[in-house]
Design a protein around this ligand. Structure first.
Ligand code: ADP
Ligand code: MG
Ligand code: MG
Length: 320
C-alpha cells in the first residue's frame, strides 16, 4: 500500500498487529523482517511450549539450561534490572503472571493466600546466571521467568539493526506498542508522528502525536490487557512486591529512548514510580524522556529533550 511514497506492510505476530513502513516498494525486505521477528519470538515466548525460555522454566529446581547468545543477553539485562533496590521490574514474576492469566482465557482474581504462595517463587536472586557456561538455573521448582515486559523492545532493536545493515535509512517498525524508527520520513523534518492512544478509547482515538527522529517510542498502558471485576480494572503490569496489578494514578506511560529495549524496561519502572517520583528521576536521565497519562485526564511530559508533543484532545490537560 502506498500513500505519498510510504509503503506499509502488516502482519499479526506475538499476539499483536505489526506494522512496517518503508519508503520503497520492497515486499521481500518486509517478508525478511517478519520472519526475523518470528524467529526471535520463538526464542523468548512463554506462551508456547518450545522456546529457550520455556526450556529454562521446565528445568526449574532441577538443572541449569545453556542458552543462545541472544537469550543470554536479554536475560542478563532483565536480571540486572530486577535486582536493583526497590525495582518494580521483576523477570521472575512468571508464576504470578501465569496464575492471573490476564489477556487470556480463564483469567480471574486469585485468592490472596495463593498469591502469597506464588510470590515465594519470584525471587530474582534465585535465578542463577553462569557467565562461563552461558547457562540459567531457577533454584526452586515452580519458578518461571517471563520476558514479556522487554522482548518486544529487544526485537524492535534487532529489526532496526537489520534494516540499517540492509542500507535502509528511513523506516518505522511498530510491534504493538513498541515503535522503533530510522531517520525521519522524507520531507518531514519534524520526524515521525507517533500517536498517543486515548486509554480505553477507540483504536483510532488519539490524545496527541509525539514527533521523534530516529528514536524509539514505547507505551505501556493498563488499557491494553485487562479485565474488570468488582469495580476494579485488573491489568497486566504487576507490582512484584504484592503480586497484584500496580494500582496508582497512571493509565499509561510512554518512554522516548534510543533503544526500544530501554524504553520497554523504563516504562515498567516508571509505571511503578508514578508521576512525581518518575519526573524527579527523569530529570537526571539525559537520554530518556517520558509522557505520563493519568486517571484524572492529565498528560504530563518530562522536559521534552528528544520529542515534541502535539495535543489533539482538549478534554485532557497538558503539563510539562
Ligand atoms: P505489553 O505486553 O502491552 O507490551 P509491557 O511491555 O508493559 O506491556 O509488558 C507487560 C508484560 O510484562 C506482562 O504481560 C507480563 O508478561 C510482564 N510483567 C508484568 N509485570 C511485570 C513486572 N513488574 N516486571 C516484569 N515483567 C512484568
Ligand atoms: Mg511491551
Ligand atoms: Mg515493557
Amino acid at each position: 500500500m502506498s500513500d505519498a511514497g510510504v509503503y506499509s506492510y502488516s502482519a499479526v505476530l506475538m499476539g499483536s498487529p505489526i506494522l512496517l513502513k518503508l519508503f520503497e516498494d520492497n515486499p521481500t525486505l518486509a517478508r525478511q523482517v517478519f520472519s526475523l521477528i518470528k524467529q526471535q519470538e520463538n526464542l523468548f515466548t512463554v506462551n508456547r511450549a518450545a522456546s529457550e525460555v520455556m526450556a529454562i522454566n521446565h528445568a526449574a529446581g532441577r538443572h541449569p539450561v545453556v542458552v543462545s547468545e541472544a537469550v543470554w543477553r536479554l536475560i542478563s539485562v532483565a536480571h540486572a534490572v530486577s535486582i536493583l533496590p526497590d525495582s518494580t521490574f521483576n523477570f521472575a514474576i512468571g508464576p504470578v503472571v501465569k496464575r492471573w492469566k490476564i489477556g487470556f482465557q480463564g483469567r480471574s482474581v486469585p485468592p490472596a493466600a495463593e498469591i502469597a504462595a506464588l510470590l515465594r517463587l519470584t525471587d530474582p536472586h534465585q535465578v542463577v546466571l553462569d557467565d562461563a557456561q552461558r547457562s540459567v538455573f531457577l533454584q526452586q521448582p515452580g519458578m518461571e521467568i517471563d520476558l514479556g515486559a522487554i522482548a518486544k523492545g529487544y526485537i524492535a532493536d534487532v529489526v532496526q539493526a537489520f534494516l540499517r545493515q540492509q542500507g535502509v535509512t528511513q523506516a518505522l517498525i511498530n510491534l504493538g506498542g513498541n515503535v522503533q524508527t530510522l531517520g525521519s520520513p522524507p520531507h518531514e523534518p519534524q520526524g515521525w508522528g507517533i500517536g498517543l492512544k486515548k486509554p480505553f478509547g477507540r483504536e483510532d482515538e488519539l490524545l496527541g502525536v509525539l514527533q521523534v527522529q530516529g528514536k524509539s517510542v514505547v507505551t505501556s498502558g493498563i488499557y491494553e490487557r485487562y479485565f474488570e471485576l468488582d469495580g476494579r480494572c485488573w491489568h497486566h503490569i504487576f507490582d512484584p512486591r504484592s503480586g497484584y496489578p500496580l494500582d496508582n494514578e497512571l493509565l499509561s506511560v510512554t518512554v522516548i529512548a534510543d533503544r526500544s529495549l530501554d524504553g520497554d524496561i523504563y516504562t515498567t519502572l516508571l509505571y511503578g514510580m508514578g508521576v512525581e517520583r518518575g519526573l524527579a528521576w527523569l530529570a537526571d536521565q539525559a537520554d530518556l524522556d517520558a509522557v505520563f497519562v493519568t486517571r484524572d485526564q492529565q498528560i504530563i511530559c518530562s522536559a521534552p529533550r528528544h520529542f515534541r508533543f502535539q495535543p489533539l484532545d482538549a478534554a485532557w490537560s497538558l503539563r510539562y
